[in-house]
Ligand binder design. Structure first.
Ligand SMILES: *Cc1c(COP(=O)(O)O)cnc(C)c1O
Length: 369
């Protein structure tokens, strides 16, 4: 059994992928080829965003978003304590101060009340200027953007959505794209929409931010590549990855529906002893992961592995306890919800091609345990 079955997906669209890659080999524009713009147009349309910028990875998408807002030394950027390291790493890279915030115990996304308190504390201290918040749509469910935007507006902060796991998700029918000021997504192979290598995209409805992103993507270029008006980087998406993504995107809406069916089957199957994911009313998750909480997680994992069922833990160490952030001065106990979840969470096999026999076996083993 696979944790994520990319081979089953490839079997469906292999010939389209080959055709698309062959086109790149024929035209030879490996950097900024026509596939980039075609993909940007299609995905912007899907996300109901005005603008899309294809980039080299989800990490670049986040870093470039902060750079586009001129965030740096003296600024405070708030984010969730329960996420992949990249979300907070990019804040540190700009020279800004990462400020961590505890999560909601049911959605695992940043807690708006805790954010409000954290912002007020930073304002009181007066050492750093609140500039932005990076909510993460953990496991594929959007954070509470309607509330987060209100808090951000009150403090003149921008909202950068870490949508690495949520491409394809919605709130009240509004897709990931312009739920905040900027959305940064990843096409790492294991994400809901994955390339065959590193890739990412930034979405925005703000023309000024869009133009900055285009410049930052190519070393801070001005009217041409060799006139440089700001510090940028090499943040480009490869033509070959865009070619792969165009083929994969053709079946993506169907795959999102299949993921939903798999998630529903899990949720219906598990007994009351298992804490299943809570999807808020009006939300549609992209189901990057199906994660449950279990008090004897490590023993359950051993049992599942004995039966050939792969699992993963996202995330074992909350950010405030990571060595790299020791200088921020956080201590064990500072973010009790995030800490407790990190001890109990585990993710089960989740992909559009999980067959019901395999899924029934997983459900039975977990319930029996
Ligand atoms: C995967 C991921 C990233 C980073 O994306 P890459 O494409 O691997 O750079 C950032 N944030 C979150 C929450 C992720 O899951």
């Amino acid at each position: 059994m696979q944790f994520i079955d990319l081979a089953a997906q490839q079997k469906r669209i292999r010939s389209q992928i080959e055709t698309n890659i062959r086109k790149v080999l024929d035209h030879g524009r490996y950097i900024m080829g026509p596939e980039i713009e075609e993909l940007e147009k299609k995905l912007a349309d899907f996300c109901k965003a005005e603008y899309a910028v294809g980039v080299g990875s989800g990490t670049d998408a986040l870093l470039m978003s902060l750079m586009a807002l001129d965030i740096g030394a003296g600024d405070a950027v708030f984010t969730t304590d329960f996420t992949f390291i990249a979300t907070a790493e990019v804040i540190q890279l700009t020279g800004a101060r990462p400020v961590l915030v505890d999560i909601d115990p049911d959605t695992y996304n940043i807690c708006p009340d805790a954010l409000q308190e954290a912002v007020e504390a930073v304002v009181r201290q007066g050492k750093f200027r609140p500039r932005a918040v990076i909510p993460v749509d953990i496991f594929g469910q959007c954070a509470d953007y309607p509330r987060l935007r209100k808090i951000a507006q009150k403090h003149q902060m921008r909202v950068i959505q870490d949508a690495a796991q949520s491409f394809g998700a919605r709130i009240r029918g509004v897709p990931v794209g312009c739920q905040g000021d900027i959305a940064a997504t990843s096409f790492f192979p294991a994400k809901p929409l994955g390339a065959y290598g590193d890739a990412g995209m930034v979405f925005t409805c703000d023309r000024d931010i869009y133009e900055r992103l285009l410049s930052i993507r190519i070393h801070g270029m001005g009217t041409d590549k060799y006139e440089n008006i700001r510090v940028g980087l090499n943040g480009r998406l490869d033509s070959i990855q865009a070619a792969v993504l165009l083929a994969k995107f053709s079946i993506f809406p169907e795959e999102i529906r299949l993921r939903q069916e798999v998630a529903d089957r899990y949720t219906r199957g598990f007994g009351p002893a298992v804490k299943t994911p809570e999807i808020r009313k009006h939300n549609r998750s992209a189901w990057a992961q199906y994660s449950i909480e279990h008090p004897r997680r490590d023993l359950l994992i051993r049992e599942l592995h004995k039966h050939g069922i792969p699992t993963a833990i996202y995330y074992k160490i909350p950010l405030h306890l990571q060595k790299v952030f020791r200088h921020l001065g956080y201590r064990p106990g500072d973010f009790p919800v995030s800490e407790s979840v990190s001890h109990r969470i585990l993710s089960l096999p989740m992909h559009p091609y999980l067959v019901s026999d395999d899924q029934d076996r997983i459900i039975e083993l977990v319930n029996r345990y």
